[in-house]
Write a protein that binds this ligand. Sequence first.
Ligand SMILES: *Cc1c(COP(=O)(O)O)cnc(C)c1O
Length: 463
Amino acid sequence: MKKELYRNIPKIDDLLLQDHVVTLIENNSRNMVLNVCREVLDTIRKEISALEGSDYDLSMATIVSRIERGVQKKNDFHLKRVINGTGVVVHTNLGRSSLAESIREQLIDVSMHYSTLEFDTDNGKRGSRYSHVEDLLCELTGAEAAMVVNNNAAAVMLVLSTLAGGKEVVVSRGQLVEIGGSFRIPEVMKLSGAKLVEVGATNKTHLRDYSAAITEETALLLKVHTSNFKVLGFTQEVSSKDLCALAHGIDLPVYDDLGSGMLIDLSKFGLMKEPTVQECIADGIDVVSFSGDKMLGGPQAGIIVGKKKYIEAMKKNQLTRALRVDKMTLAALEGTLKFYRDELTALDNVPTLKMLTKKYQEISEEACLFASTLGILDNISYRLEDDYSEVGGGSMPLEKLLSKVLVFTHNKIKAQDIIKYLRDYKTSIIGRIKEEEVIIDFRTVSVEEQAVVMEAIRALDKI
Ligand SMILES: *Cc1c(COP(=O)(O)O)cnc(C)c1O
């Protein structure tokens, strides 16, 4: 039976003679259409091979429409906007942080034209690409100097390679973190050429553990913020102040990989207390690095702040050239950082901060308005429920942010297929499934996006 099906699969030359395919070739690259035809035929072969019965639609019309869809898909942007209905605010797979609307023009202006990227308009000479955010970072964090690289993983690499290449770095066993995408501190250490010296136990590390491990070969004491897990119970870490007192007494620097890196203490807004960058600097930490696109809410970047002599050494490291950031990143970062001069301005403008600190009451009101506007539907039943959003990005793993979510089902369509329908909607909507029901968390969906979600649900109801 299957042999028969295989035999009836049209040849590629037959496909190319079909009127619709001829039109596709006229309007698109011939090579691309040809590739799509091959892909479609390939998929058909696979589907037949996996077929249980003998029922398979091999009509030319069906195959041609699959080719048309394939070409359409190739013409669509692959990297495109989505609506994040997951409630995970710093969603790494969905691009972590969305930028503030108010920096749009500045971003476009710098990206679409020539800029002062490495040009000093004061004297008409060559300038430094780091100058655009260095003063601002120093002003905001209290550090002497600053620089920016591609991401925080690159920052870790650069700091270790510059300050400890070929030498020893002392770090607590409780801080040998693996973050998402299997970025592990011990592995990065190896790549950077630094030698890892582990001290203490998983749950407890004392100051005396550090001092006992320091030798002639020691170049750096490293702290890693355990952003994505918590060791609870019988635990102890050495405070930054104590660690700095020990290190500075023997002229060693201390580096803190802060991970997310906050410039605002969000515990004032009901979130967990995390050390801010300013606090680390005030405690005497020599070098601090953190991500631009985690809780800071800016573009992907690795921000390094600290003592001038160390930052200068990093700027001179050859590796820096390979890790440098683009003008678009710098424009987005400068725009984002400027908001932080005033806490309320930052909370008002930076979407990540806005979503993280959004009050339950406000989310609830938006959700209620959504539900009352949606009204009664034919095939979809829905309700509003309390649920929890997450910070995400491996930050504050224990934090549960009370939120209001839309829970719905369709009487003919399974949750899995609804999720796929939403994903394929003209603006892709990403939700989640809980116990065979579809959930959209309102915390991470702006009012403007809620209108799109409503439109999608109404259209789904008519299917
Ligand atoms: C997230 C994180 C990193 C990596 O930062 P990226 O900006 O994703 O490269 C490094 N260290 C810690 C502790 C982190 O949490």
